[in-house]
Design a protein around this ligand. Structure first.
Ligand code: LLP
Length: 428
């Protein structure tokens, strides 16, 4: 039985390849571990999302959630496709801008910010969404041209409790019954142009989720528009478009998701006499997740009361399984035809028992020196990695029309101590 692999990755003679590049050889040559990204896949992902919306609603914009993978080359690919950026900190704004995205195409949705962080966004003229009313008050003397709030429409949803970002008892946004007061206060401070933003949760694979959240959200926007007699320049529905991580999961039906979002927007516009605003989405995962694999090596196999496949990829590089219990499909990249043998935990080199990248996974008999490939490594992998236990972050490689490019160098020891100072009295 040949191991299942997600496209655009392919099986050539039992080896995992991407655009005819043998990834087993690449990992050998460039050093393990290694993150390998497909430029073509990112472009394809962008185009299918863009088309699903744009053909129904032309005042539409995609702002890439930089937090999902904040590499300059990756942001540049999306900038070439026409994306703006969604940022959560001034530093992300700077990175997006370095990759060529102009400030006017940047959305800034921070939470619990310092005054100077909000001021940075206002100064640069990005679309700032305040997470709460007191955050607006911090800058009431110099509000942005368009005043916008992140709202919590009362419904949320996501793959794990840890990635649900709206609904009861979530830390983000302004609850439904407080939203009107927020805009009223903005008006009393002199605001005359408005926006509204929401983000319900991440990795939703069922399009009905988008129907439910957009109905609640656009209905709320419509009511505010009618009762306060204001218009919204933009309504931003956040990201959250899911991707399959398991071989038996179905892809999100993007046409239906986009269709119901646009219908719900149009219905709210006609019901509440609201002008059609710019519709913004802020996808991260759906643009980059399936474009990359993380390659590593099997370093030990331990089989006593349980089988542990020890590798050079741990929670330092792939935090999601330890943090959320997330599943990532893993194969032996140099032996895709090897039969599954039994259940194993796939683990890393970190001194923590939670250091697992695969839990009770049906896995072939692994051997020291095998190359493993972890799928869906584009989103929330590099950006959530750390140097814990003195591990260096690996090189990141882009495979595109130009061939193979290093888009991030592997770290070295000097990166681990960068910025540290030893006071004089500790030098002796
Ligand atoms: N916009 C805002 C304001 C967000 O907070 C997020 C994600 C996004 C956009 C992008 O969402 P996406 O399209 O990627 O679902 N670290 C977690 C995901 C947390 C998402 C938090 N916010 C994970 O590894 O699954």
């Amino acid at each position: 039985m040949t191991a299942f692999i997600f496209p655009p990755f392919e099986n050539h003679g039992g080896h995992l390849t991407l655009d005819n590049v043998d990834l087993v050889d690449l990992n050998e040559k460039m050093g393990s571990p290694l993150l390998v990204v497909s430029e073509k896949k990112i472009r394809e992902n962008y185009r299918s999302l863009d088309q699903a919306f744009r053909k129904q609603y032309s005042k539409f914009a995609i702002r890439y959630a930089v937090k999902s993978y904040a590499n300059l080359a990756i942001i540049s690919i999306l900038r070439q496709e026409g994306a703006g950026a969604d940022c959560s900190t001034p530093e992300e704004i700077k990175i997006a801008n370095m990759a060529g995205i102009p400030h006017k195409l940047i959305t800034f949705t921070p939470n619990n910010s310092h005054k100077n962080e909000l001021e940075y966004g206002i100064e640069k003229g990005v679309s700032l969404n305040f997470d709460d009313i007191p955050q607006m008050r911090l800058v009431k003397g110099h509000l942005p041209e368009v005043v916008s709030f992140r709202v919590n429409p009362g419904v949320g949803g996501g793959e794990f409790p840890g990635i649900v970002t709206a609904g009861p008892k979530t830390k983000f946004g302004i609850p439904v019954d407080v939203v009107k007061g927020a805009y009223k206060e903005a008006m009393s401070l002199g605001a005359d142009k408005f926006g509204m933003q929401m983000m319900a949760g991440s990795n939703a694979l069922d399009w009905h989720h988008f129907d439910a959240i957009s109905k609640a959200y656009f209905g709320l926007a419509g009511k505010i528009s009618q009762e306060l007699e204001i218009q919204f320049k933009y309504l931003d529905i956040g990201g959250g478009f899911g991707v399959p991580y398991r071989k038996d999961q179905e892809e999100l039906d993007l046409e239906s998701a986009a269709g119901c979002i646009v219908n719900n927007l149009r219905e709210a516009c006609s019901k509440y006499g609201m002008d059609e605003p710019e519709l913004i989405v802020e996808p991260g995962r759906s643009l980059v997740s399936n474009s990359a694999v993380l390659l590593g090596k099997v370093t030990n196999v331990k089989s006593y009361d349980k089988t542990f496949v020890g590798t050079d990829i741990g929670m330092n590089l792939l935090l999601r399984p330890a943090l959320y219990g997330a599943y990532h499909h893993i194969v032996i990249a140099n032996a895709l035809g090897r039969e599954p043998e039994g259940e194993a935990d796939i683990v890393g080199q970190i001194c923590e028992s939670t250091d697992k990248i695969g839990n009770d996974m049906m896995f072939p008999k692994a051997e020291v020196g095998d190359t493993i490939a972890v799928f869906n490594a584009g989103a929330y992998v590099s950006s959530m990695s750390s140097n814990y236990n003195g591990h260096l972050r690996p090189a990141e490689i882009l495979i595109g029309p130009q061939g193979v490019s290093v888009i991030r160098n592997a770290e070295s020891t000097s990166d681990l101590v960068k910025g540290m100072n030893v006071p004089e009295h500790l030098l002796k």
